[in-house]
Design a binder for this molecule. Structure first.
Ligand SMILES: CC(C)(COP(=O)(O)OP(=O)(O)OC[C@H]1O[C@@H](n2cnc3c(N)ncnc32)[C@H](O)[C@@H]1OP(=O)(O)O)[C@@H](O)C(=O)NCCC(=O)NCCS
Length: 175
């Protein structure tokens, strides 16, 4: 199946242990520091964690994860295969992660992002994340600062409307 075809089917499902190898390949294309296989195995058994993968015709093409602790969802990672970016795969992952987080009781969400990572920052802004603070020299590979972003309240009617509209544009149900 041509991955760029209009009829190619993207599906989102929970990450499994057998996905870790494919996830690690995408991670190596996407980041400068990597999680070990054991770190993923541990995360997949963490009751506070939720990891999803995106598949395209059964091939793993993206992944993302978060922790839900009390009412806060902390996005830990998200990445899409390098050759398939810009096709709404990352957005689908984020939309499903935020929905799953709400179902687990989260009403706020936070993450760190490199201050020069404009594609990711635009994606997060689209979902209502707002800049709150800088963590200086957070990334040890080049001492880049992290922007700390928050969605302060995912229960407001304004945020819910925006979320439902973004999901509808992706062809996803509101909840
Ligand atoms: C960030 C990332 C996950 C986005 O996934 P993607 O599938 O390429 O993005 P999507 O096609 O879903 O884009 C959704 C939105 O993100 C923003 N976006 C994505 N790519 C963008 C780009 N190159 N420039 C500007 N905005 C961009 C836009 O707001 C876009 O919405 P729009 O199409 O309505 O404008 C992807 O670029 C990636 O894997 N990057 C490397 C890993 C990474 O940096 N992860 C984030 C760590 S904090």
């Amino acid at each position: 199946m041509n991955p760029f075809s209009e009829t190619a089917v993207i599906a989102i499902r929970p990450m499994l242990n057998l996905d870790i190898e494919a996830v690690s390949k995408i991670e190596k294309q996407s980041f400068t520091t990597f999680w070990s296989t054991q770190a993923y195995v541990t995360e997949l058994t963490n009751p506070n964690a939720l990891y999803l993968v995106a598949t395209l015709e059964d091939r793993l093409v993206g992944y993302g994860g978060l922790w839900v602790i009390m009412d806060e969802a902390h996005i830990t990672t998200i990445a899409v295969e390098a050759g398939l970016r810009g096709k709404k795969i990352g957005e689908r992952l984020l939309a499903e992660m935020l929905l799953a987080a709400q179902k687990r009781g989260a009403s706020r969400s936070t993450l760190e992002v490199r201050e020069t990572n404009d594609p990711a920052k635009r994606l997060y802004e689209k979902y209502g994340f707002e800049w709150v603070a800088i963590r200086k020299a957070y990334y040890s590979d080049n001492n880049e600062n992290a922007d700390i972003l928050w969605i302060n309240d995912m229960t407001t009617s304004e945020w819910r409307r925006r979320f439902a509209a973004n999901r509808a544009a992706l062809g996803l149900p509101p909840s």
